[in-house]
Design a protein. Sequence first.
Length: 255
Amino acid sequence: MKKALIIFGSKTDEKVYNEIAKGLKKQKVDFDLRVSSAHKTPEDVDKTLQNDYAIVIAGAGLAAHLPGVVAARTLRPVIGVPCEGNYQGLDALLAIAQMPPGIPVLAVGVNKGNVAAENCVKMMKKYESVTIIGDKNNDAVKKAVETLKKFQIVPNFNNRPDSNSINAVFTYFDEPVEKKDELVIYCPLLLEKDDNAEASLNFLKHTSHGLWVGLNNGTNAAIAAVEIMNIDNEYEEQLIAYKKDMGKKVLDSNK
């Protein structure tokens, strides 16, 4: 079995990362643990990521840039753990979940090291399908389907999660979000008229379990699923090409 990496930005977060380490040890998952900062030790972060890890669990508080920096430098799934600092950890949660399309971080709730460990264990097995639970006519769902098809992955649609599949659940915050035993990536949906700062408190409230991408971000739900399926490097070349294409589009703006 391949290794996982636990990397956190500060020793002040040791209560959280020790909980993750304890959970992985219990499930006999091999891992390395490193304290390294995206801002203060960027070279050490880069050096650490040169090792071949199957999954990265990255955590930080406040601006919480570390998980996003890690996601930009790896083709592996990144679980992001926001640590409580100010605003009950809301700032860190949003910084981790609200990643740009194509560079996903799978956020757990604030200080939810146990949830990160549980999902890391689930990701260690090989998945060969993606199941979508959501309205086919929703724009975020359409984006997810379109993105998966770029990797020759045709998702299944169902109204319940599949234990042998990576499940992408598209949910509104006015719906009950029940804890599920399967591997689930939640994509929160929000009507345009409801898109206000107060709505972010619902995000904080609902993330007590599961893995979360940013608001209406079906693209990141899909790319995260592909990264999980890449545990045996099946999608390595396609992910490299996808990231290169994203970068090219950014730089082409300078012409």
